[in-house]
Design a protein around this ligand. Sequence first.
Ligand code: ZN
Length: 287
Amino acid sequence: MANEQRPPIPADIKREVRQRCAFGCVICGLPLYEYEHMLEWAEVRRHVADEITLLCDRHHTEKTKGLLPKEMVAQANDEPYNSRVGVSQNYLLHYAGTNVHLTLGGSVFKYENLPEGSGFAPLVVDGLPIVAFDVQQGKLFLNFIAFDEFNKPIIQIIENELVYDTRQWDIEWVGQTLTIKEGKSEILLQLVFQPPTDITISKGRILRNGIELLIGSKYIFNTNQANFFGSITTVNFPVGFSIGYPMPNCGAAIVIAGISRYQFDRTKAMKFLEQCLSEKLPDSGTA
Ligand SMILES: [Zn+2]
């Protein structure tokens, strides 16, 4: 009787469940979900990955109320919605307003009072806005795209609707933070959604056409040219940070062009990054 309390599901088991269920509710594919024991916990008293599935709030409620039969959940668990489709169900992010911010590796790109009918692209690679906000008919839209090493989109937000490619090693959404991993401790991308106006890219690698930006909590680092950027703030530039082929007449705050692609010394660049990160700030006051 003393051990009645249910222990939390271990992280490795949760990941196994997410991978098997293709990172969404098995019935509808929604990327916001709960872990659901298909066999009642009270009866089995164990956390086994094969016995746990993912259900969104709505389908979880329906199951609890007896409106969604267990057999249907089991059937969907065998063939999860997102595995069949290959991408997640769309999720509508609640962006609104006109004062927008992108926080990227500790740097802030903002636009205040974004006018009707105009756009703001805080991050552009090879002329393609990776993050963009625009206001149309009084509505704020966030657009975003990220690629893998092969230039294949892994996650996309089109006019506030988020969708991801489910063929990733792991995708986990906890609170406002969405993390895509390439391996156990390899974060490909970590996004923090702070609607109505803010988005943060807190960690990861921005990849496009052989250009790589490494994002850390306090830096943006371009491995192609070993360029280190920290604590930038731009306000009301139509383009914040543009790297690669420049956009014509775009009024960018920071432009880095003439990038050498694919052929560069990554090891040397990584050593330089380490050096930058270990350097004491000049005003730190220590001798
Ligand atoms: Zn669902």
